[in-house]
Design a protein around this ligand. Structure first.
Ligand SMILES: [Zn+2]
Length: 237
């Protein structure tokens, strides 16, 4: 399968070229702007000081903005496991979607096809671990919500893009909204740190919500329940 790519370069990147083995992460974003054209303009305008390697339009077109071997400015202050400021070690993919601050909509089928095609080729090319395929909200949970709970993580993981748990829907439902005790709460956060989330917890509820946006997408309430605990255990092992 080949997909249509268009080129619209951004001036916003580090001038030093990196080595391909420095690329260890794939980070997904949504653009978070009402109009797609405004997002494209922002990511290619020098004054904005932001960019990403790729942008996936609503119609599925893949727009190349920064070549892989240059560091794009998409992640900002961020961390995952022992990595900090993930720009230098990652490839950023922006997906056109107005986001939570406007009208957060489902990603289109064509976008999902392009996400799959592009991600699979990058994962193969740079040998990226499935546990290093992440959302912006995973690496900056106190600042960011993107790509959000409508991002098809489960579907993508089945096709080789990113990590997902191995628990059945039946088990999940049975444990949803069931209370946890203090020890279990401690264990939940330990699991999150093992998965890779920041150890600096600025706000518990916000971190729990970030985890839910990624792994328990049908209930984002910022509250740890037995379902969240089970999922975290399953992923941390
Ligand atoms: Zn983002």
């Amino acid at each position: 399968m080949s997909m249509k790519k268009v080129f619209n370069y951004s001036p916003n990147f580090d001038s030093n070229k990196r080595k391909s083995n420095q690329i260890k992460f794939l980070i997904f974003h949504y653009t978070g702007m009402k109009k797609e054209i405004d997002a494209i303009n922002r990511l290619t305008k020098i004054q904005s000081e932001v960019s990403s390697h790729y942008l996936i339009k609503k119609n599925g077109t893949i727009m190349v903005m920064v070549p892989d071997l240059y560091v794009a400015w998409h992640a900002g202050k961020s961390s995952w496991k022992s990595f900090k400021s993930l720009n230098k070690n990652s490839i950023g993919i922006e997906i056109s979607n107005p986001g939570h601050e406007h009208t957060y909509i489902n990603f289109s089928k064509k976008q999902i096809q392009s996400i799959l095609y592009l991600s699979k080729s990058l994962i193969k090319k740079y040998n990226i671990k499935s546990s290093n395929v992440l959302g912006h909200s995973d690496i900056a949970p106190f600042r960011k919500k993107d790509p959000g709970e409508k991002f098809p993580w489960k579907h993508l993981s089945k096709l080789g893009v990113g990590k997902w748990h191995t628990l059945s829907n039946k088990i999940l439902k049975k444990n949803r909204m069931k209370k946890i005790n203090i020890n279990e709460e401690k264990n939940f956060f330990k699991n999150l740190f093992m998965i890779g989330y920041s150890k600096k917890v600025l706000n518990k509820k916000t971190l729990v919500s970030a985890f839910q946006r990624r792994y328990r997408q049908n209930l984002i309430n910022g509250k740890i329940d037995q379902e969240c605990l089970l999922i975290s255990k399953n992923l941390a092992k």
